[in-house]
Ligand binder design. Structure first.
Ligand SMILES: Nc1nc2c(ncn2[C@@H]2O[C@H](COP(=O)(O)OP(=O)(O)OP(=O)(O)O)[C@@H](O)[C@H]2O)c(=O)[nH]1
Ligand SMILES: [Mg+2]
Length: 232
């Protein structure tokens, strides 16, 4: 996993360009987007596991606490659009909370992660949502992931509470299991579709016409150690 201690200042926001391809009367447009996505949530809820599963299809039973943040990148194709996802996996330990703004600033999307067996971790999601709304307003697309869905029998956060809270704050709720690789592709795909829609909407508002915003693609800062210790 690439890693870094800085959050990157560029707004990777969005639409990078169009290619017209195909002959005849129906031309198919291929668009390129670059989005910054941040994962936030309490320690040990599975943020790193979700990203690792999504990008590298790996899972580690051990908790290796993230220090500051890690960076991973993935390129996907969504309905013919080329999308680069710059994913920032932040550290959940309380001592790193103050670093949050470095990573969520200029993000296009955020995934707030909690552990369905840990009520405190759901309360922490509420704290992050409040902070994001206060600092970024509605600029950022939000998803909430109730992770460790394979531990359903140990659930302490009720589905009603989680889903109604997500609806209230305008976030889409997913149940995921990094362990079983459940619903993770769906989570990132949904967020990406939301970011595309939001990006095109913003662009139209700003320019009065579609498909003209050109942005820089975010580069990961130079590598730094990311992990230490173990779950505790
Ligand atoms: N059963 C189960 N365990 C999981 C799942 N996802 C992660 N874990 C375990 O939960 C522990 C913590 O996972 P991490 O991904 O390191 O958690 P984190 O949120 O990145 O933690 P910090 O980096 O400290 O903020 C590890 O032991 C993982 O193996 C899951 O879906 N199901
Ligand atoms: Mg981690």
């Amino acid at each position: 996993m690439d890693s870094a201690g800085g959050g990157g200042d560029e707004r990777s926001g969005a639409f990078e360009g169009d290619d017209a391809s195909g002959g005849g009367q129906q031309q198919q447009q291929t668009r390129s987007f670059s989005f910054k996505v941040v994962l936030l949530g309490e320690g040990c809820v599975g943020k790193t596991s979700l990203v690792l599963r999504y990008v590298e299809d790996k899972f580690n039973e051990r908790h290796i606490s993230t220090v500051q943040a890690s960076f991973l990148q993935k390129k996907i194709n969504v309905s013919g659009n080329r999308v680069t996802q710059a994913i920032w996996d932040t550290a959940g330990q309380e001592k790193f909370h103050a670093l949050g703004p470095i990573y969520y600033r200029h993000s296009n999307g955020a995934i707030l992660v909690y552990d369905i067996t840990d009520k405190d971790s759901f309360e922490k999601v509420k704290i992050w949502v409040k902070e994001l709304k206060k600092m970024l307003g509605n600029e950022i697309c939000l998803c909430i992931a109730g992770n460790k869905s394979d531990l359903e029998r140990e659930r302490t956060v009720s589905t009603e509470e989680a889903e109604s809270y997500a609806a209230m704050v305008g976030a889409t709720h997913f149940y995921t299991s990094a362990k079983l690789n459940h619903n993770i592709e769906e989570l990132f795909l949904h967020l990406t579709e939301q970011m595309i829609t939001s990006s095109l909407g913003t662009e139209r508002k700003q320019t009065g016409r579609r498909n003209v915003v050109v942005v820089e693609q975010e580069q990961p800062p130079s590598p730094r150690p990311t992990s230490k210790g173990c779950c505790g």
